[in-house]
Design a protein around this ligand. Structure first.
Ligand code: HEM
Ligand code: HEM
Length: 177
C-alpha cells in the first residue's frame, strides 16, 4: 500500500477522540484518589473514571484495528533518521501503554468489591474481592499511567516542535481537513 502524505479522516478522528479521553482519564484518576473515602463524590468520580476507561478501551481497539489496516504516511526525509526512528518506536510504545493501562485498570476493579461498571451497567468481573491483588494491580495501573503521562508530554512537545520550529507540516497531517 502506497503511504499518503497525511493521515486519513478516520485515523485523525480516532486519534483526537482517544487523546481527549486519555487526558480526561489522567485528570479524573489523579483527582479521584485524593477524594475522601465513602463519599458520594468519590463514588461519582470512580464510576465516571471506570466508564470513560472502558469506553476508551473500545476506541483503542478500533484505533489499533484501523491502524493495522492502514499504513501511516511516511515521515518527511528532512527529519533526521534518529527522529523518524524515535517517532515510529514511541508510537508503537503508545499502543502498548494504551492496552497495559486499560487492562491494569480493569483488573484493579475486578478484584474490588465494586467491580467494573459502564455507566451503571455491571461488566464481567475477572476476579474476586481480594485487597492484596487489587493493591498490586492498582500499583501497576498507577505506575503505567504515570509513565504514559510522561510519554504524552514528550509527544506533545515533539508535535509542537514540528509546528513551531521545524514547520514541516507533520503536525498538520494529524489535523482534520
Ligand atoms: C487509558 C486508560 C486509563 C488511564 C490513563 C487511567 C489513569 C488513572 C490514574 C492516573 C489513576 C490514579 C492513580 C494514582 O495516582 O493513584 C487511576 C486510578 C484508577 N483507575 Fe484508571 N486509568 C485508565 C483506565 C482505567 C480503567 C479501564 C479502569 C477500570 C475499568 C480504571 C480503574 C481505576 C481505578 C479503580 C483506580 C483507583 C486505583 C487506586 O485505588 O489506587 N482505570 N487511573
Ligand atoms: C493525549 C494522548 C495522546 C495519545 C495517546 C496520542 C497517540 C498518538 C499515536 C499513537 C500516534 C501515531 C499514529 C500512528 O501512526 O499510528 C500519534 C500521532 C500524532 N499525534 Fe498524538 N497522541 C496524543 C495526544 C496528542 C496531542 C495533544 C497532540 C498535539 C499537540 C498530538 C499530535 C500528534 C501528531 C501531530 C501526530 C502525527 C505524527 C506523525 O505524523 O507521525 N497528539 N499520536
Amino acid at each position: 500500500m502506497k503511504p499518503s502524505a497525511r493521515y486519513g479522516r478516520m485515523a485523525v478522528v480516532l486519534h483526537w477522540i482517544a487523546a481527549l479521553l486519555i487526558i480526561a482519564l489522567l485528570a479524573t484518576g489523579w483527582y479521584m484518589v485524593g477524594t475522601a473515602k465513602n463519599t458520594p463524590e468519590r463514588a461519582f468520580f470512580f464510576n465516571l473514571h471506570k466508564s470513560l476507561g472502558i469506553t476508551t478501551a473500545f476506541v483503542i481497539v478500533t484505533l489499533i484495528v484501523w491502524r493495522i489496516m492502514h499504513a501511516a504516511p511516511a515521515l518527511p526525509t528532512t527529519m533526521p533518521r534518529w527522529e523518524r526512528t524515535a517517532a515510529v518506536l514511541s508510537h508503537r510504545l503508545f499502543y502498548v501503554f494504551m492496552l497495559l493501562v486499560t487492562l491494569a485498570g480493569y483488573l484493579t476493579s475486578s478484584f474490588s468489591k465494586y467491580g467494573p461498571k459502564l455507566f451503571g451497567i455491571p461488566l464481567p468481573q475477572w476476579g474476586w474481592e481480594d485487597a492484596a491483588l487489587r493493591g498490586n494491580f492498582a500499583a501497576v495501573h498507577r505506575l503505567a499511567a504515570l509513565v504514559f503521562a510522561v510519554l504524552i508530554a514528550i509527544h506533545v512537545a515533539a508535535a509542537l516542535k514540528h509546528l513551531l520550529v521545524d514547520k514541516d507540516s507533520v503536525f498538520q497531517r494529524m489535523l482534520p481537513g
